[in-house]
Design a binder for this molecule. Structure first.
Ligand code: ACO
Length: 325
């Protein structure tokens, strides 16, 4: 008994900001951002927008594509660190907007790896026969948590949400293997003292300096490359397949240099890795489900192809999931 993704959906804020737009508010350049990160533009939350509405839209799209009504769901699991509330959970808030009652809804906090962790929780419960239809969401709005005067972090992040519908299904298709890892001893490489969406890029309000996202970028870069490459190799080995057999890797979209370095370590061609970070930036837990939705729409894989998801982020956390589509 396993679980299979039968619907995906994504949604982003209305406003896309280019690197040239950022040049007007920060001491940075399009050339620096593109060459160091691969990012050209990103969608950013503006004052008055709510991540909850964006996650609701992504969830409804995933449900539509799956042909499943919200009322049929057995659970909602959200990977996020961006809820406006410490409680209720973000998943409970989405549960209300979707008009579903009684089923369990809860969050998984693993920063940029949040979607992979949430997917693993759902898949394991479905393997155990606990749930049959589950909505898994990845949603974040880190642009509202950075220090907008700090060019080292402000240019990296975008906001958005992605969602998938998983159904319990016997047979060879679905989630084959998932591996999760954490290294709490390195949590201070990427951290945010207080959560909550309080300062969009356009708002007058600024977060207190101590409450903005803190990142040790160059150290994180090296760990991200090693951890994403290692976990990718391990998950493929555990599933008893080879990397050559994998049709496409849909990774967390942090930085093109990280993704190219992971591909180099794995000895795979760059075009095996789906990239959309040029238009989205790093959307944290939303990046894998947004990319999966786009890769599917773009015909980057077909039924029965092997699709590999991987991510690394604050915690530190990292993980990979191998799917037979
Ligand atoms: N525009 C112009 N100059 C900048 C900018 C900017 N936006 N940001 C930094 N610089 C300057 C720095 O001030 C520094 O100048 P200096 O040498 O005069 O002091 C110079 O550029 C180099 O800075 P570094 O931080 O060493 O640049 P680096 O090449 O390491 O790139 C980056 C920085 C892009 C953040 C890189 O370290 C990285 O991608 N790290 C991974 C971080 C990441 O992806 N975090 C996301 C969350 S974790 C995850 O998702 C995996």
């Amino acid at each position: 008994m396993g679980s299979r993704i039968i619907g995906t959906g994504k949604a982003v804020p209305a406003t896309s900001l280019t690197n040239h737009d950022l040049e007007r508010q920060l001491e940075t350049s399009d050339e620096w951002i593109r060459s160091r990160t691969g990012i050209a533009s990103r969608y950013l939350m503006r004052t008055g927008e709510a991540l909850l509405d964006i996650a609701d839209e992504a969830s409804r799209r995933a449900l539509d594509k799956a042909g499943i009504k919200a009322g049929e769901l057995d659970a909602i699991v959200a990977g996020t660190v961006s809820s406006e509330y410490a409680f209720p959970s973000f998943a409970c808030q989405v549960q209300r907007t979707l008009g579903v009652s009684t089923i369990p809804a809860f969050d998984v906090a693993a920063a940029c790896s949040g979607f992979i962790f949430a997917l693993a929780v759902a898949d394991n419960a479905m393997r155990a026969g606990v749930w049959k239809k589950v909505l898994v969401i990845g949603a974040d709005a880190l642009s509202t948590m950075v220090d907008w005067s700090d060019r080292r972090t402000a240019v990296l992040f975008g906001d958005g949400a992605g969602a998938v519908v998983l159904v319990n299904e016997p047979g060879p298709r679905g989630v084959l293997e998932t591996l999760l890892r954490s290294a709490g001893e390195a949590w201070d490489l990427l951290s945010l003292r207080a959560t909550g969406i309080r300062a969009s890029a356009d708002s007058e309000l600024r977060r207190d300096g101590a409450d903005t996202l803190k990142m040790r970028g160059p150290e994180l870069f090296k760990i991200a490359v090693k951890s994403m490459a290692d976990i990718t190799r391990q998950v493929v080995e555990r599933a008893g397949v080879t990397l050559e057999e994998v049709r496409v890797i849909v990774p967390h979209q942090a930085n093109i240099r990280i993704l190219n370095a992971v591909a180099d370590r794995l000895g795979i061609p760059y075009d095996k890795v789906f990239i959309n970070l040029d238009r989205y930036g790093n959307t944290s837990a939303a990046s894998v489900p947004i990319a999966l939705d786009e890769a599917w729409e773009a015909g980057r894989f077909c039924d029965n192809d092997l699709v590999l998801l991987n991510a690394c982020g604050g915690g530190l956390t990292w993980g990979a999931s191998l799917l037979r589509w």
